[in-house]
Every structure is written in C-alpha cells, then in structure tokens.
Write a protein of this length. Structure first.
Length: 185
C-alpha cells in the first residue's frame, strides 16, 4: 500500500508544490522524463501551480486528433473551441519549449559537471515553478542560477504574456488578404 501512495504522491508533486517523499536523483531516466513531462504540463488553469496548464495541453492534443480525423473545427462536449484559443495553446507550448531549450543550452555551456538530463530537470522545474531538483541546484554557478531565476519569472508570467506586453498591438484593419494553404508535414 505504501508504494501506491508514494507513486500517487510522486505523480501529483510535479504538478503542484514540489514536495517530495523520495529522492528524485535515484529515479531511472524514464521516470525522470515522466516527471519532467508532468512538470511541463503542470496544474489546471486558475490555480497557483505552474506549467503550461492542463487545459492548454488538452486543447493542443484534441486539436491534433481533430486534424487527424479531417475536421476543420475543434469541438468538445457540444462546444466549438475558438480558433484564438487553439492558437494561444500552440503558441504557449512552443514558446515554453523554446525558452526552456535556450536555458538548457545556456546552463550546459556554463556547467560541465552535470548531465543533460539533470540540467533539463532543473530548467523544467524552474519554468513550472515546481521546486523539485535532482540535487544539483546548490552546486550551480551564479550564471546558471541567474538563468534559472529568469526562467522562473518567465514560467510564472509566460513568454506569450511578456511578448504581448512588449510588442505593439496591430490596429484593426478592415481588409483581409486572400487565404493561402501551405503544405505542412
């Protein structure tokens, strides 16, 4: 029974507060990758948990399934999901992976003593403001810690929100260009 409780607690920890009852450094690589995924997806919307949010991930996955089935619209529970919501979901996911990837690259340049999986774990944890570690945080250089601090801020605010605040909004125009379909694959 204790193993099941530990497994459930360990599965919910990466999505919320960062409490841990086990040493994550002792996990197998496939388990660490699963924890990274759970941290990245994160909590549900309107909660204090980090990550890209479960609704963002769900919209993206359901949109992919809708495209595979040949549908032009995304429909869930007799409702059509607005196109802007789908665009925001994919923008949020793409920007999060881009920013995390840049931070992994930067820290891997600054640090030679740690594996890529350890660095990735720290970056995903920082982006999702989870607070989990594989035990390397205190060993990182000041430059790497600064990268993680910036990543925590970006993860909390989201890169999409930062970009919206920085860039000017386009004024409404009363015209539309002809639509063009591009080959994507």
């Amino acid at each position: 029974m204790g193993r099941w409780i530990t497994a459930l607690f360990t599965a919910s920890t990466p999505r919320t507060a960062g409490y841990n009852s086990i040493d994550f450094a002792n996990l197998q690589v496939h388990s660490i990758l699963l924890v990274i995924f759970l941290m990245w997806v994160g909590a549900s919307p309107n909660s204090t948990g980090g990550g890209i949010k479960t609704s963002t991930f769900a919209v993206a996955v359901l949109n992919i399934l809708s495209l595979v089935r040949g549908k032009e619209r995304l429909e869930i529970f007799r409702r059509e999901i607005a196109e802007i919501t789908i665009k925001r979901a994919f923008a949020t996911m793409t920007l999060s992976l881009f920013v995390i990837g840049i931070c992994i690259l930067l820290i891997s340049v600054f640090e030679n003593d740690f594996t890529l999986i350890q660095i990735a774990f720290e970056c995903f944890s920082a982006y999702s403001t989870v607070g989990l570690t594989l035990g390397i945080t205190f060993k990182l250089s000041m430059a790497s810690k600064a990268v993680l601090i910036v990543l925590m801020f970006i993860g909390r605010v989201t890169m999409l929100s930062i970009m919206i605040a920085v860039f000017r909004k386009v004024k409404f125009t009363g015209y539309r260009y002809a639509k063009e379909e591009l080959t994507i694959n």
